[in-house]
Design a protein around this ligand. Structure first.
Ligand SMILES: CC(C)(COP(=O)(O)OP(=O)(O)OC[C@H]1O[C@@H](n2cnc3c(N)ncnc32)[C@H](O)[C@@H]1OP(=O)(O)O)[C@@H](O)C(=O)NCCC(=O)NCCS
Length: 400
């Protein structure tokens, strides 16, 4: 990643869940102040802030946050990049530090989504039975509900089904077992929105949202924030030993979008950009998937988790079902995936998720994950993807 390494020295996330009495500024402030405290810093040490929010705050969430926690006149970048918003806010802080504009950057992601249902979308009902061209040049007619759907639970259900058609071996039960794993993991994570262990029967008999994903197999809409402080090598050297010994190295930080391809209007491609991001990240870090001690990947639906085993190259191409069935992604398996409980249990306050996934890895590399600690974890990968499309992959390493 260039001459100077970048280090995470402060990291925090709020409890994810319902926070009806608090707004986005309250939640972002809680995570930011706690991350500063973790880094043994104050706002006067920070040289740049990247703040992500997708659905709530309108313009200027970063400035609203500054009014609450400290207005020091530094540059603020407000970012919005689908489900990769939090990862993008962190990329902003990293890029500013790497560019030499400052030695210390802060990234924050916050969202209030409790009660958003299908993210506020009304469902795939065409407005009328007749074709009504609209949009740019009056040349576009809506395909929604006529040919497939663009609503997330539908899209990601299809993506899992497509994987099964291509490689075989998938079933409703298999996808439900992935969710069973993540909900089992969540019982050890006090910050997860849902900490209940579900039986396979309970998962399969819950409300069907979009086959094969029932409700507990979908990421939970909830409220939350996460924040992180990053510094360069030279700054790190000047900090107290208590901060240095808990610092975590960012060995790769990658953001990708969809490359042009022969288009399919019905099924967005979530695979290519994730595979591209993972390839670049492994190259940047000089680390392969075999070296990872744990992975937090974007399981926005159980079906998504399966395809990302493959996209992140945790298994050979086409081998995701065998990988899951080997037990590898369980907490006590050879390649633990989503020990936090994943988005299905921890919840998915969209802009907070990109930083929260990294926070989970940081917590394990610091040896501070309590009962769910992956013992001896030295290297981890965090992944997020949002349709539109944007994908963030970060590889983190424990300080030598
Ligand atoms: C699945 C979904 C439609 C359910 O929405 P809903 O019917 O409005 O359900 P609610 O969020 O009100 O939850 C109702 C109950 O179901 C249960 N529940 C919902 N999601 C759950 C989950 N992931 N795990 C466990 N239980 C869950 C809870 O008991 C919840 O009640 P509680 O929160 O008071 O305990 C919604 O969460 C959703 O749209 N998820 C996908 C979001 C999305 O697309 N994100 C972007 C992905 S890229």
């Amino acid at each position: 990643m260039g001459s100077e390494d970048i280090w995470i020295i402060g990291s925090n996330m709020t409890k994810f869940g319902k926070h009806p009495e608090r707004d986005v500024v309250d939640l972002a402030s809680e995570a930011s102040v706690a991350a500063l405290h973790d880094a043994e810093m104050t706002m006067s040490d920070i040289g740049v802030i990247g703040v992500g929010n997708l659905m709530n705050a309108g313009a200027g969430i970063g400035q609203q946050l500054q009014k609450q926690i400290g207005q020091t006149g530094i540059p603020v970048f407000n970012v919005s990049n689908a489900c990769a918003t939090g990862a993008t806010a962190l990329r902003v802080a990293i890029m500013a530090v790497k560019a030499g504009e400052t030695d210390v950057g802060m990234a924050v992601g916050v969202e209030k989504l409790a009660g958003a249902g299908l993210l506020g979308q009304k469902g795939p009902k065409p407005k009328s039975e007749t074709w009504e061209p609209s949009g740019r040049f009056g040349a576009i007619g809506s395909t929604e509900g006529r040919i497939g759907t663009n609503i997330m639970p539908g899209v990601f259900a299809q993506i899992g089904m497509e994987y099964g058609h291509k490689y075989g071996g998938t079933s409703f039960e298999l996808f439900a077992k992935i969710s069973e794993k993540n909900h089992a993991h969540s019982t050890l994570n006090p910050l997860a929105a849902y900490q209940k262990r579900f039986t396979l029967d309970e998962i399969m008999n819950d409300v069907m949202i979009a086959y094969p994903n029932t409700r507990p197999m979908c990421s939970g809409n909830c409220d939350g924030a996460a924040a992180m402080i990053v510094v360069n090598d030279s700054k790190l050297k000047s900090l107290p030993a208590s901060v240095r010994k808990r610092a975590v190295k960012i060995s790769a930080s990658v953001l990708t979008s969809d490359p042009w391809a022969e288009g399919c209007q019905v099924l967005p491609d979530v695979n290519t950009l994730t595979r591209n991001a993972a390839t670049q990240a492994y190259e940047q870090a000089g680390i392969g998937p075999e070296d990872l001690d744990l992975v937090e990947l974007h399981d926005c639906f159980a079906t998504a988790e399966l395809v990302h085993y493959d996209n992140l190259m945790l298994c050979e191409q086409g081998g995701a079902v065998d990988f899951f069935e080997s037990g590898a992604p369980w907490r006590d398996g050879s390649k633990p995936v989503n020990v936090s409980g994943g988005l299905q249990s921890k919840g998915h306050p969209i802009a907070a998720t990109g930083i929260a996934n990294i926070h989970e890895i940081v917590t394990h590399l610091r040896g501070e994950a309590g009962d769910r600690q992956i013992v001896g974890a030295k290297v981890g990968l965090a992944h997020v993807i949002g349709l539109g499309s944007a994908c963030g992959v970060h590889i983190l390493e424990k300080a030598a």
